[in-house]
Design a protein around this ligand. Sequence first.
Ligand SMILES: Cc1ncc(COP(=O)(O)O)c(C=O)c1O
Length: 419
Amino acid sequence: MSTPADRLEEIKEKGLLRRMRTVESAQGARVRMDGEDVLLLCSNDYLGLTTHPAVTAAAVDAVERWGTGAGASRLISGNMRPHERLEGRLAAFHGAEAALLFGSGFLANTGIVAALAQRGQVVFSDELNHASIIDGCRLAGAETFVYRHRDLEHLAWGLGQNRGRAALIVSDGLFSMDGDVARLGWLRTLADRYGAMLMVDDAHAVGALGPGGRGSVAEAGLEGLVDVLVGTLGKSLASYGAYACVSAELRDLLVNTARPLIFSTGLPPASAAAAEAALAVIETQPELVDRLRANASTLRAALAANGLEPGGSGTQIIPLSIGDPDRATAACARALRDGVYAQAIRPPTVPEGTSRLRLTVMATHAEQELRNAARVIADAVDAVSADGEWSIDLPDPAPGALQVIRRPERAGAEVKSGA
Ligand SMILES: Cc1ncc(COP(=O)(O)O)c(C=O)c1O
């Protein structure tokens, strides 16, 4: 059996060793790192609300009034007014009947998929879904059919092969590492045709896409029409935690069956209060969302003007493909040296061969900062390119990326991946 040291060495040899960098200031468009002021291009605090005075004041007030922790799971004594108030606000924001808070987006996805997809059923999951959805599939009693990224034909084929067994179609709304958007109208149609529920993880789209920042589901005209809409409080909502918008009946079912909700402490009340205040800012200042979109266009245009070809589909998440993990890390380090922090993303977060810089824009960036950053990043990418040329197009996903996730004890059960 390999030792921890062997395993670390193996990770290092593959160019995949991860280390945490320390931010020495509050989050913001610019942060302090290693004593230097750098432009932050890899935060999900898209609207810059983690330091908004109304949001910080709400958190401070909540600590003073409600204390620092919930003290127990919500089914024991940890269900407090700030939780219920936020749930009401979130349900109204998304046009849903009800909302239910979770400890984090990771816990929401693992808990909900596992709770809804039962033995004998099948979950249909986009191959580029977030890791927490993948882990939810692994925990569920159901089998999983992984369909090619945004490939409706592949999904329809899988549904046809598993007629009568469909439990859930699940997709990121805005894909976190690729910056493109799911084809939600079609997912709804297919879900209806095959009797499946539709679950959309809109973690990155809330505050960024759709009318008033209500997300990709609202942008697709499906408000109130997806069975489960997951959002996180940790990105545009400037806090920590997550939520699911669902019917009242589904909420009751999740309260009774979602293990991360049942067996984990309720959110700190101040996290709920901060998110509620951030939501109020989004509702009263939708121009912040417009600003985020304008900044995304500015950075995309500036990158293109510097000879790069940003991936994704016009959103605030901008992947620049590099391919090799060591080169991606080197490009990140070089840009950081020149005052721009754009994180390298490597497997297993993204498929083999698709390491990249993932840039994220904030509403609080200044246009000129973004133009300057594009030059720095282009220089960094050039510097790590072996022959002075580099490819931007993300390669097709490797065939190995398609897989049937199956619990070992049920390995005999067969669900075809269609690969
Ligand atoms: C698409 C998506 N879903 C869920 C999560 C997890 O959310 P949280 O950070 O609240 O655990 C993330 C986190 O980055 C994400 O990108």
